[in-house]
Design a protein around this ligand. Structure first.
Ligand SMILES: NC(=O)C1=CN([C@@H]2O[C@H](COP(=O)(O)OP(=O)(O)OC[C@H]3O[C@@H](n4cnc5c(N)ncnc54)[C@H](OP(=O)(O)O)[C@@H]3O)[C@@H](O)[C@H]2O)C=CC1
Ligand SMILES: N[C@@H](CC=O)C(=O)O
Ligand code: NA
Length: 894
């Protein structure tokens, strides 16, 4: 057995090292645990299997069978070998659980359940140490080598954490066996830490040996819990199988051939359909324990996936999958269903916490998909990272498929080396970057234009001064001679990268990205795109980083029918509309790709502005109480329209205020759509109305007001349909007022007029000011100063109206308040008329409106629209359908 490289001296040399890299007594356990070298000759298989008989998890192979296999009984050997060879391929699924997934006993149990419920034929589970344990283990080393005696109590805490977890989960013989092993390990570690304490130093292999215990314990506990679920399960100390070669730069390269050979051997001794293996740890070809470095468990799982030619490798973590952008920065970030290996690679490289890029390398070889899933939300299907051919054409018509994700890296500086002396001079770039290498700075992006006049590159801010000094010194002569004009530092920069495999050969992606940045008023300092076209990198000012990320994300990810809404006037109609939006929003998004976001709600006194992605309509009333601020219409409009990257804005005016209506032209001019049930803008001077309509057409915005006539009834749209298709209106006659309809439908059987008006008001049919409903607003204004006053004065009219009613009844007629537009004579009349009891206008009930269009096409029989023409629900419904009409004009599917 090869001896480890140790740097211990003096008395420690006298320890026995022949079993491993550490000076611990030769207990039977340490022999087992550290006899990592599987022997090369067939005979030694027997020897090594005997010595490897572990008391937990692993069953010794039958010695008879092993002996038979080495005594040359060839037929038997063949049968045995065949049976025990790993059935590689599709049948295996690999699962990897990180530290948080096995952070305490209930989580370990949850993991055991997930494994138990996976119906794959064969399963390999790779497990990290319980959360915080690896840090605790590193801390032990740190304490011991800095001669801090508290390593002893820190080791006790490690013991306590694992023994209490085991006691929670296990019982009987399993618990006893595990605890005895744990105590043995702790006592071995204590001896080793003591040695480190005395030496004041720990070699890398000692450190790796100590820290790897977290995985040994979690794998044993998990395998015993799974066994408790009634499933046969073996645990694997991956150091017996995974062989890696250290490289420079804190990385290791797996030796697949040797690992595969050892795995075959391991499996022949431990055939099982369910194996729990330690993540993170491995051994060198010389059998010295080592680790796959930080985040190495994902790498372990990927290597195991490759060794087993697994069907898939699932990395269980605590997020639902890979997001299209950092969800802490972009509220709209979505979970990506699929990513190609290349995309995942680029995303992780560019700062997204996806997977370490090296995790992908082992699985690419065999095209094994990696799935990222949330252990705390198993209903989420996660993100599948696989070969692009498997991704297929799902969403292929969707532009967002071209750019999958966006990432940012902050705290960077640009270095710009500039001067005419660089043009056509070979070796300048080499001189620049070798100077950078000499100060060990990491170059994150490079850009050089074809004029060769300047080379610009990004490095971490903390390294930039050293880089600049190195360059000043290397190019001292060139700078003095003027061949180089400057070595400039541009501090406070961030990188924004857009990643997507389908960007390759797709025209317009760059243009869209830059257009989004330009519209958000963000200056781009430098750009880089490799010819692979998987990644476009731009450098922006640090303070613009989040704004830039949101701008580009919205451009690619929000559907073009995402609409930012500002609701003005959350009174009866406005609040009913908000309730309807709340109920329908998810369905609209799901079925029609219409994404409505209420970004602000303003009343006459208070306003509520959203934080980022829209107000939570489940509790807008409470939020208004908690977070409402003093109403300020200008600020409100600016917030709703300008403070985000949603492609469309609509203001919905649910007031009856003419001052609010006087703003429509300005809003339309700014590109804001307007929808309203407020009649003020349409019922003033005709010129005003025509001006708004003209402006709206010029600015390519929409102005919809269906609810201003007959509430939700399709009156404006019917009229428009008739006119736009070339029909000619001859007359429109009808009962246009829900309030008056209600009043005259119920003003009978000896009832008093004022009482019926109050009833209409209570039912929500009247205007905020009921004088607007009753004919002769002028008359009303003459007799009263306010709406309340008017209601008090109203009984004075009871007598007069009772007489009119009586007269009509005596003649077998009813009273109806109608409006008539006679187009041919250019005449409009609004008056109280009497109709025979069998006339359609006499048949109405409740707040019904009835409108009869007599046109050239509908000359003999008018086109009639009839139904409730007032009330909160039907009015809000009318506004809502205008909002959806807007969405469909903007491109929503029908
Ligand atoms: N009721 C119905 O059946 C129909 C109504 N309509 C129209 O719907 C509109 C709303 O009616 P309704 O909901 O019943 O009225 P409400 O009086 O219940 O609500 C009006 C809302 O407008 C707000 N408001 C008033 N002035 C301003 C201002 N300057 N700035 C911001 N907010 C303001 C009020 O805020 P605050 O509470 O803070 O004062 C209140 O929230 C009216 O234009 C009406 O003509 C149209 C068709 C049918
Ligand atoms: N107050 C109005 C409501 C609809 O416009 C009416 O009564 O019709
Ligand atoms: Na209508």
């Amino acid at each position: 057995m090869a001896l480890p490289m140790l740097s211990f001296g003096g008395s420690l040399i006298s320890h026995s090292f022949n079993r491993g890299p550490f000076p611990i007594p030769n207990t039977p356990h340490s022999v087992r645990r550290n006899n990592l070298l599987p022997c090369q000759c067939p005979l030694s298989l027997c020897a090594s299997s005997r010595s490897l008989s572990l008391p937990w998890g692993r069953e010794s192979p039958s010695s008879t069978r092993i002996r038979a296999s080495i005594t040359g009984v060839s037929v038997e050997v063949a049968v045995e070998e065949k049976e025990k060879r790993i059935p590689k391929g599709e049948t295996w699924s690999v699962h990897k659980f990180g530290g948080t997934c096995v952070g305490n006993s209930s989580r370990i149990k949850n993991v055991a359940d997930i494994i138990t419920n996976d119906d794959s034929e064969r399963k390999l589970v790779v497990v990290s140490a319980m959360s915080k344990v690896t840090d605790m283990m590193y801390d032990l080393i740190h304490k011991a080598q800095s001669r801090d005696e508290s390593y002893v109590s820190a080791l006790d805490a490690v013991l306590e954490k694992h023994s209490s977890t085991a006691e929670d989960l296990l019982g009987g013989q399993d618990l006893a066996t595990f605890l005895s092993q744990l105590h043995q390990d702790i006592s071995d570690l204590k001896a080793m830490l003591e040695a480190i304490y005395i030496a004041g130093h720990a070699t890398e292999s000692f450190t790796d040996f100590v820290v790897g215990h977290g995985e040994l314990w979690s794998a044993q506990i998990l395998s015993l819990v799974i066994k408790k679920n009634g499933i046969d399960c073996k645990w694997m100390d991956a150091r017996e199988v995974l062989v890696v070669n250290p490289t420079r730069s804190e990385q290791v390269d797996p030796d697949y051939l040797e690992s595969e050979r050892r795995l075959e051997k391991w499996y022949s001794l431990n055939p099982s359909k369910l194996i729990v293996a330690t993540g993170f740890i491995a051994s060198t070809p010389q059998n010295i324990p080592t680790t796959l470095k930080r985040d190495g468990s994902d790498f372990s799982a990927a290597i195991m996936g490759a060794l087993f030619r697994a069907r898939q490798v699932t990395i269980w973590t605590d997020v639902d999958g890979v997001y299209s952008a950092d969800p802490r920065k972009v509220g709209d970030a979505v979970i990506l269903k699929t990513l190609s290996y290349q995309e995942a690679w680029e995303m992780s490289y560019f700062g997204a916490n996806v997977l370490h890029p090296r995790t992908i390398v082992p699985v690419i070889r065999y095209g094994i998909p990696i799935i990222i899933r949330n252990v705390f939300n198993i209903s989420a299907s996660g993100t599948k990272i696989c070969h692009p051919s498997i991704i297929g054409d799902e969403d292929s018509l969707n532009f967002k498929n071209y750019v999958k994700g966006f990432t940012t890296i902050d705290n960077l500086a640009l270095v710009n080396v500039e001067g005419t002396g660089m043009t056509g001079v070979p070796g300048t770039a080499s001189a620049i970057f070798s100077a950078v290498k000499d100060v060990a700075a990491n170059v994150i992006m490079i850009s050089q234009a074809s004029s060769e006049h300047s080379v610009c590159f990004a490095v971490p801010e903390k390294e930039v001064q050293e880089v600049a000094q190195a360059l000043q010194s290397v190019f001292h002569g060139a700078l003095n001679a003027g061949r180089l004009s400057q070595v400039a530092i541009i501090s406070n920069c961030s990188i924004l990268a857009a990643v997507g495999q389908k960007m390759e050969s797709t025209p317009g992606v760059c243009a869209t990205l830059f257009d989004a940045l330009a519209k958000a008023n963000i200056n781009v300092r430098a750009v880089a795109q490799g010819c692979s076209e998987y990644n476009i990198t731009v450098v922006v000012k640090r303070e613009d980083s989040i704004k830039a990320l949101r701008a580009v994300h919205s451009r690619f990810y929000l559907s073009k029918t995402t609409i930012a809404m500002g609701i003005i006037g959350p009174g009866l109609i406005g609040s009913t509309l908000l309730d309807q939006l709340r109920h329908q929003a998810a369905n609209l998004k799901e079925e029609f790709n219409i994404d409505l976001r209420v970004m602000g709600i303003i009343g006459s006194k208070l306003m509520l502005l959203d934080d980022d992605t829209g107000i939570n309509l489940d509790k807008w009333r409470e939020l208004r109480e908690e977070k409402g601020e003093v109403a300020n219409l200008e600020k409100f409009v600016q917030h709703v329209h300008e403070n985000h990257f949603i492609p469309n804005t609509v203001l919905v005016d649910c007031t009856a205020d003419s001052v609010i209506a006087s703003n429509y032209d300005e809003w339309l001019r700014k590109g804001i759509h307007v929808i309203t049930p407020n009649k003020k803008a349409n019922s003033g001077p005709l010129n005003e109305y025509l001006r708004i309509r003209a402006l709206q057409r010029q600015s390519y915005t929409h102005y919809f007001y269906e609810a201003t006539v007959g509430a939700g009834l399709p009156i404006i749209s019917t009229l428009r349909g008739l006119l736009e298709t070339g029909d000619r209106i001859l007359q429109i006659e009808g009962i246009f007022s829900g309030t008056l309809s209600y009043i005259f439908n119920n003003f009978k059987d000896g009832r008093v007029f004022s009482e019926v008006v109050s009833e209409a008001r209570d039912a929500g049919y009247t205007e905020p000011d009921p004088r607007d409903d009753l004919s002769g607003t002028d008359v009303a204004r003459k007799v009263s100063a306010s709406a309340q006053d008017f209601m008090q004065q109203l009984p004075k009219f009871d007598h007069e109206l009772s007489e009119k009613l009586q007269d009509a009844e005596n003649a077998g007629e009813v009273l109806r308040y109608v409006g008539v537009v006679e187009v041919t004579n250019q005449k409009g009349v609004v008056e109280l008329r009497r109709y025979k009891k069998d006339h359609p206008f006499a048949q109405l009930s409740g707040s019904d409106n009835i409108i009869a269009f007599t046109t050239r096409r509908y000359r003999n029989q008018p086109l009639i629209v009839r139904g409730p023409g007032a009330g909160a629900h039907v009015t809000a419904g009318g506004i809502f359908s205008d909002i959806l009409r807007l969405a469909s004009y903007l491109g929503a599917p029908s």
